[in-house]
Design a binder for this molecule. Structure first.
Ligand SMILES: [Cu+2]
Length: 104
């Protein structure tokens, strides 16, 4: 049944494309909250934090993996390089906490 074979090939190709294309994961910081507070990403993905507040924030990893500065009304990116769960917070507002879960 050639139709079925074609469909299978299409599915395999599509899944390869999805794996090859790195995604951008957007996280917003608004009213002193990081949203979503827990995000999953893959190695190679870009994390983009968008600061919607009128004051500066940071995305600072507890384990030192990243320390991204976010001036008021600005965004910044970080490319994920290793797997694992990383908790991070804002240095200016330590109540702002979130987790980034990275799969291989
Ligand atoms: Cu902050």
């Amino acid at each position: 049944m050639p139709g079925r074979l074609l469909a299978m090939i299409a599915i395999v190709l599509a899944s390869m494309l999805v794996q090859a294309r790195a995604a951008t994961v957007q996280i917003s910081m608004e009213n002193l909250e990081i949203s979503p507070a827990e995000v999953s990403a893959k190695v190679g993905d870009t994390i983009e934090w968008v600061n919607k507040d009128v004051f500066a924030h940071t995305a600072t990893a507890n384990n030192g993996d990243f320390d991204v500065s976010l001036p008021a009304k600005k965004s910044a990116t970080f490319v994920v390089k290793k797997k694992g769960a990383v908790e991070y917070y804002c240095r200016y507002h330590p109540n702002m906490k979130a987790t980034l879960k990275v799969e291989p």
